[in-house]
Design a protein around this ligand. Structure first.
Ligand SMILES: NC(=O)C1=CN([C@@H]2O[C@H](COP(=O)(O)OP(=O)(O)OC[C@H]3O[C@@H](n4cnc5c(N)ncnc54)[C@H](OP(=O)(O)O)[C@@H]3O)[C@@H](O)[C@H]2O)C=CC1
Ligand SMILES: N[C@@H](CC=O)C(=O)O
Length: 351
C-alpha cells in the first residue's frame, strides 16, 4: 500500500523530496518495495491543495516552477484548496506528515503544534525542522510512542548525512562522552569562500542563500542559533543526556572579518564555527563558538557546505563522520531515509 504524504511547507527541502520521489519512483518500488503518494501540500504563501486520490508530482513541481504558486494546479473533481496546516494534518487521509516549514529559533512554533496534531491522530511525522526536536524532544517522543506514531528527524542535524542514525545504529553500546563538530553548512560555506577566494562576508552569505543552504532568517545561521539547536538535539538523542537551548553558550561568526581570515591563513590556520558537547560529572557542557583551527585538526579541512562531527566513544574511541550539511536534494534525502525506515518497519510487521 502506498504511503500517503502531506507536506507542511513546500520550499527548498519539500521540493527536494518531491523531486526525489518523482525521479526515483521505480527504483524505490523495485529495491525497497516503497511507494509514496503525495495527497496534500499546505504552504503559507504558495497555497494549499489536497486530493485524497493523490496529486501528480510532476505537475505540482512544474506549476510551481512556472508560476510560483500551487493555486495554479489544474482543477479536477475532488480537489480541495485552501486548507491550513492544522486542517491538512488532521483532516486529510495522509498517514505521514512531512514537516518542512521554517525553523523558529525562539519558540519552535507552529511546528511543535503540527507534531502534536499529527501524533494525536496517530499519524507519523518526518521532519527537517529543528525547533520541535530541540525544544520539545521528551514530550514529543513520549507522545509519538503513546499514539503508535513514528517520529523521524534525521535531517535536523547534518542534512542527509546520518549524524543521528549512524551512532544510534552502529555505535550502540558505546557511551558517547563528547561530540565536536561543524554543524552549520551556511557558515562553513561563508568562511570557506572568504578564505579560499577572498569573497566578502555579504556576498558569500548571498550565495549560500541562493544555493538553498541558509535559514529563512539567516541570522539563525550566522549567529550560531541553528548550530545550537543541533547540539541540543545531539545531546538529547545521541548522548542520551538532557540539555536545553538556554544552557548552551552561543557565539556566531558575524565578528570574523576578511582580515581575521587572512591572518589565520598566513599562520596556516582556518576559522570554523565549532559546536561542542561534553559530559562532565553527569552534566553536559555545550557551546557554539568560532575557533581558529590548526591545519592538523581534522575539522580544518572541512570546506563549503560540508559538515563533520566527531563522536568520542568509550569502547571505539574517536569516530568522525563528514558529509553534506545542507542542500535541496541532500536534505530531501534525509526525509526519504526516514520514510524508508517507516516502510521497512511496516514490512516487518506484515511478515
Ligand atoms: N535548506 C536546507 O539545507 C536545510 C533545511 N532544514 C530545515 O528544513 C526546513 C525547511 O527548509 P527550507 O525548505 O530550506 O526552507 P524554505 O524557507 O525554503 O521553506 C519553508 C517553507 O515553509 C513554508 N511555511 C512557513 N511557515 C509555514 C506554516 N505555518 N504552514 C505552512 N507552510 C509554512 C514557507 O512558506 P512561504 O515561504 O511560501 O511563506 C516556505 O515555503 C527548515 O525548518 C530548515 O531549518 C534542515 C536541514 C537542511
Ligand atoms: N541553514 C542550515 C540548513 C541545515 O540545517 C545550515 O546551513 O546548516
Amino acid at each position: 500500500m502506498a504511503h500517503k504524504l502531506a507536506f507542511i511547507g513546500f520550499g527548498v527541502v519539500g521540493q527536494g523530496l518531491a523531486e526525489i520521489l518523482r525521479d526515483k519512483k521505480e527504483a524505490l518500488k523495485q529495491n525497497e518495495g516503497f511507494e509514496a503518494e503525495i495527497v496534500a501540500i499546505s504552504d503559507l504563501m504558495k497555497g494549499s491543495i489536497y486530493h485524497p486520490g493523490g496529486l501528480d508530482i510532476s505537475t505540482v513541481l512544474q506549476v510551481l516552477q512556472e508560476t510560483g504558486s500551487l493555486e495554479n494546479y489544474p482543477e479536477r473533481p475532488g480537489l480541495i484548496r485552501g486548507w491550513d496546516s492544522i486542517r491538512t494534518i488532521k483532516d486529510t487521509n495522509a498517514d505521514t506528515i512531512i514537516e518542512v516549514s521554517y525553523t523558529d529559533v525562539k519558540t519552535g512554533q507552529p511546528a511543535i503544534d503540527h507534531c502534536k496534531a499529527a501524533f494525536e491522530k496517530g499519524k507519523n511525522v518526518v521532519m527537517t525542522n529543528k525547533g520541535p526536536v530541540a525544544l520539545a524532544y521528551q514530550e514529543l517522543s513520549e507522545m509519538a510512542q503513546r499514539h503508535g506514531a513514528y517520529w523521524g528527524f534525521e535531517g535536523t542535524v547534518m542534512s542527509g548525512t546520518p549524524a543521528l542514525r549512524m551512532p544510534a545504529a552502529a555505535l550502540a553500546g558505546n557511551d558517547i562522552t563528547e561530540i565536536r563538530g561543524i554543524l552549520n553548512g551556511t557558515t562553513n560555506y561563508i568562511l570557506t569562500q572568504m578564505e579560499q577566494d577572498g569573497v566578502s562576508y555579504e556576498a558569500a552569505l548571498k550565495e549560500a542563500q541562493e544555493l538553498g543552504y541558509a535559514e529563512a532568517d539567516p541570522a539563525s545561521d550566522v549567529e550560531g542559533y541553528d548550530a545550537r539547536y543541533k547540539i541540543v538535539i545531539l545531546s538529547n538523542h545521541v548522548m542520551n543526556a538532557p540539555l536545553s537551548v538556554g544552557e548552551v553558550e552561543c557565539k556566531g561568526i558575524t565578528g570574523i572579518t576578511l582580515q581575521d581570515i587572512e591572518k589565520a591563513k598566513a599562520e596556516g590556520k582556518s576559522w570554523k564555527l565549532i559546536a561542542k558537547a561534553k559530559k562532565e560529572n553527569g552534566k553536559v557542557i555545550a557551546s557554539i563558538a568560532p575557533e581558529k583551527l590548526d591545519a592538523e585538526d581534522p575539522l580544518a579541512s572541512i570546506r563549503g557546505s560540508v559538515n563533520a562531527i566527531t563522536y568520542q566513544c568509550d569502547l571505539l574511541g574517536t569516530v568522525t563522520l563528514s558529509g553534506a550539511g545542507a542542500g535541496k536534494i541532500e536534505t530531501g534525502f534525509s526525509l526519504l531515509i526516514d520514510l524508508i525506515s517507516i516502510n521497512r518497519e511496516r514490512q516487518l510487521i506484515s511478515i
